[in-house]
Structures are given as structure tokens and as C-alpha cells.
Design a protein around this ligand. Structure first.
Ligand SMILES: C=C(O[C@@H]1C=C(C(=O)O)C=C[C@H]1O)C(=O)O
Ligand SMILES: [Mg+2]
Length: 461
């Protein structure tokens, strides 16, 4: 990475264009400035006018958000995705010309995106616009951290570009996305809901549980789809706004590809990196919320001691610990889970901390962790084969890592659950649950029903 201190964005452009001409190659530049307050959701909404892919990420509890639009750089990988993405990202980090005096996580060079749950599955029509791995550096990116706001502008230039023209376009685009008067429409309202093959799904749960009883596997996560037809086309910005309000301790995210948008509010962190420090979470085991405080506490107490839910949870803990130990020091995992309540349900939760050893990157961690038994199963390959053969659905990006990373070894990835794919007025929602030997198909069905609630409730009018 080449750090520079240009007088203006235009002078940075001129410098980069000259360099591109000399090298007969493209050149990526990126410049970050601190700006006055702009609401990230409004930024996302206004960015629609640019008709380019948008991306959104927030860890609401930390008041940290990123909203971006356009592709200054993009990597799409259908095969060997982590190697392809990592090598392209490393090359970019070596060559980019950057001005970012702030060093705030999530500013400067930031790649946002995600991947599909299972790269060996042939994509269905539904997920046509989403590659097995896809990351972008937005052209315009807003980063909010508590009460500070930063705008990063990145562009890839060629030797024959005109700095003046490019600069003019950037100035106009900035004005457009920072329009503070952008209006957010109300929730679209739901016309019809169609559960995809619920009976068959319950039969599969029974089949999987029987297989586990005969010791052919230990845990298999099975998901199903709910297809929703809205009264009008969804405004993703409004969905984001409502998700942030309704699910304050979840990661609210959106990744748009050619008009389709994958959106969700996930309670599950896969991994967060701050230099060599890693934070992960084991989240599995579910119960509803109580109607009164007393009932809520009683349900929580039962969940903590419930053998079936504890076994679902413990598979995840064991696997995350083991994976971390292959490339980290100081792996710390508490002995027992605690309850983590969310708006619609409560989960068993065990946090994990670790120190990443030299020579490993966040890609190595993602590759080792995904899919954890919270979304795949135990043993990993057996459960994946079972899912491929029996689930009536293309998971696409559901249940897979989604998030961001920057050039200073900061990043965070969530497991993309409580999510849906928005295509105009059609939304495909996904929810699954961990099947273990004592799973009852009817109870698992009810559990998935609650897991649809976070997304469903923000679509209803
Ligand atoms: C698979 C999902 O959630 C996962 C399954 C859980 C369970 O079965 O108890 C709990 C949290 C997640 O690990 C989902 O929400 O779709
Ligand atoms: Mg469960």
C-alpha cells in the first residue's frame, strides 16, 4: 500500500492516472475524510439513485455502521473462492494508493461481501446474481463509529482517464448520496406467504434424527424456505431501518447484486478480528421469549439445563475451540453457556477469544470455521452431504459468512441467518435448526417459525 498526502482528490486522481499510464495497468486510489453526520440508512437509500451495487453492515450495539455504493474494486469467485479472494485482496493491498489519516477500523480500504453456504452446490436460478464468493470496495463508503462519520472515496483509474471529468462525477455522486432529505417509505406489507414443503421438511427432520439415533451422524442442521409476496416492491433501506430498531443486538446487513438484495439481522458472530485478537461466538440452542418477566426467566432457566439444547450447543463449542487451536494461541472458552436474549427468542451463547498466530489471516479462520455445527453439523462432511441430498432448497448465501475486512487487519463476519433474499416484491426467507437425536419434527418446525419472525415482522405493515 502506498500512503500519500494529496492536496485534493483531483490531484490524487492525476497522480494515479500518470502511474496507470506508465505501468499500462489500472490503479486503485482511496481517500478518507471525516464528515459531518449522515445517517447510514439514509445514505444507503439515496445511493439507489446511482444504480450501482450497494452494501450495508452494522453492529448496532457498538454504533458501528458501514454503507457503501459502487464497485471501485470487485472480486467474484466461483471456484477456490478463499484463495482467489485472498490473493486478489493481498495484491490490491500492495498496490493501492491510499490517503487515510484516521486509522479507524472500517475506514480506508475496506472490502465488504460474503459467500455462499456451500461452494460445491450448483447455483439455482434464485441466487443467480450471487457468486460463491463476492467482495467489493465501494466507490463511496460511509463509516459511522459512535458520533464520528467518515467518507471514503475509492476509484480504479486507467491511463486514458480524464482527472477533471472523474472528479466532477465524484463530486456529483457524493452530493447525491449525502442528501439528508431522502425519504424512507413505510413497510411494504405482505400479500401472501408460502411455506415451501413444510410436511416434507418435517419428514426430513425425522429421517435425520433417526439417522443420528443409529449413530450415522451427531448433528445435522436443516433449513427451510418461506416465500413472501409483498404488496409492493420492498425498499431495502426501510427494511434495514426497521431491523436496526427491532433487533438492536444483531448484525444488520445487506448485500446488493444487480438489483437483488440479501438482507438480514443475524445474532451470530462468526469472527471479529482486531489485529491479532480474535472473537468468536458459539450460538445454538433456542427457546421462545416469555410473555412476562417471570415466564421469560423460567424459560431461560429450562433452556440452560435442557439436555437436547445443550447438546446442540456443545457440538458448536467443541468444534470452534478445536479449529481455533490449530492456528491461535490463548484460546479461551468458558465452561458453560449463558443465555443471550433477542427480541423474538433466546439462545445459548458461549463467547470465544483467541490470539491469531503469525502467518494466518482472517480468511484462514473463515475457511476453518465455516460451516460451524450451528449451520452444518457433526461430522462436517457427513452432515454437508446429507444437507446437499435432502434439503429442499438452495441456501445460497443464507447461513454463510457475511461481513467486511480492512487493510489494517480489522474485520468482522457474521453468520448470515435470520435473513432473506429480496427480489422486487418477492422475498425468500430462510430458517433452520439443529437436529440432534432427541429432535421432535413438530418442535423443530415451531422453532423455525420463530426464526422467521425478525424478517417477517419488518415486512408486515
Ligand atoms: C439455523 C439457524 O440458527 C441456528 C440454529 C439454532 C438452533 O437450532 O438452536 C440456533 C442458532 C443458530 O445457530 C437459523 O436461524 O436459521
Ligand atoms: Mg435448535
Amino acid at each position: 500500500m502506498i500512503e500519500v498526502k494529496p492536496k485534493s482528490f483531483e490531484s490524487l486522481l492525476s497522480e494515479a492516472i500518470t502511474k496507470a499510464k506508465t505501468n499500462n495497468d489500472t490503479q486503485l486510489i482511496s481517500m478518507t475524510e471525516e464528515i459531518r453526520k449522515v445517517d447510514p440508512v439514509r445514505f444507503f437509500a439515496s445511493a439507489r439513485k446511482l444504480s450501482m451495487d450497494r452494501v450495508f453492515w452494522t453492529s448496532t450495539s457498538e454504533q458501528f455502521s458501514i454503507a457503501g455504493v459502487g464497485n471501485a474494486w470487485k472480486v467474484e469467485a466461483e471456484e477456490n473462492r478463499t484463495e482467489v479472494i485472498e490473493s486478489r485482496w493481498q495484491k490490491l493491498l500492495d498496490e493501492a494508493i491510499v490517503h487515510n489519516p484516521y486509522k479507524v477500523p472500517g475506514t480506508g480500504l475496506v472490502a465488504l461481501g460474503g459467500m455462499s453456504f456451500d461452494p460445491s452446490v450448483r447455483k439455482s436460478e434464485l441466487w443467480n446474481n450471487f457468486s460463491h464468493g463476492s467482495f467489493q470496495i465501494p466507490i463511496l463508503m460511509l463509516t459511522r463509529r459512535a458520533s464520528r462519520y467518515y467518507l471514503t472515496t475509492s476509484l480504479e483509474v486507467r491511463g486514458d482517464d480524464d482527472p477533471n471529468e472523474l472528479n466532477k462525477w465524484v463530486v456529483q455522486a457524493k452530493e447525491m448520496v449525502m442528501d439528508r432529505t431522502e425519504w424512507l417509505p413505510d413497510s411494504p406489507g405482505i400479500n401472501t406467504q408460502q411455506e415451501i414443503a413444510p410436511g416434507q421438511w418435517k419428514d426430513t427432520v425425522k429421517h435425520a434424527a433417526d439417522m443420528i439415533k443409529s449413530r450415522d451422524a451427531e448433528k445435522i442442521v436443516l433449513a427451510r424456505e418461506l416465500r413472501v409476496r409483498l404488496k409492493k416492491d420492498a425498499s431495502v433501506a426501510s427494511i434495514l431501518k426497521n431491523l436496526m430498531a427491532a433487533q438492536p443486538n444483531s448484525y444488520v446487513f445487506a448485500v446488493e447484486r444487480d438489483g437483488d438484495c440479501f438482507v438480514g439481522a443475524s445474532p451470530e458472530r462468526l469472527v471479529k478480528q482486531e489485529d491479532e485478537q480474535l472473537f468468536s461466538v458459539c450460538l445454538a440452542g433456542t427457546a421462545p421469549r416469555g410473555k412476562t418477566d417471570e415466564e421469560d426467566r423460567e424459560i431461560a432457566r429450562q433452556l440452560l439445563h435442557d439436555e437436547k439444547n445443550r447438546s446442540e450447543h456443545d457440538f458448536v463449542v467443541k468444534m470452534i475451540r478445536k479449529s481455533m487451536e490449530t492456528c491461535c494461541d490463548a484460546v479461551y472458552v468458558p465452561d458453560k453457556p449463558v443465555i443471550h436474549p433477542f427480541k423474538n427468542l433466546q439462545h445459548l451463547y458461549t463467547p470465544v477469544t483467541a490470539r491469531l498466530q503469525k502467518g494466518y489471516s482472517i480468511f484462514d479462520i473463515i475457511e476453518k470455521l465455516h460451516p460451524t455445527p450451528a449451520l452444518g453439523g457433526v461430522p462436517r462432511e457427513k452432515s454437508m452431504t446429507y444437507i446437499r441430498e435432502h434439503e429442499q432448497l438452495d441456501r445460497g448465501w443464507y447461513g454463510a459468512p457475511v461481513g467486511w475486512m480492512d487493510s489494517n487487519r480489522n474485520g468482522e463476519f457474521a453468520v448470515a441467518i435470520r435473513s432473506g433474499l429480496v427480489q422486487g416484491n418477492i422475498v425468500s426467507l430462510f430458517a433452520g435448526c439443529g437436529v440432534v437425536r432427541d429432535s421432535d419434527p413438530e418442535a423443530e418446525y415451531e422453532e423455525t417459525k420463530i426464526k422467521f419472525r425478525p424478517m417477517l415482522s419488518v415486512l408486515e405493515d
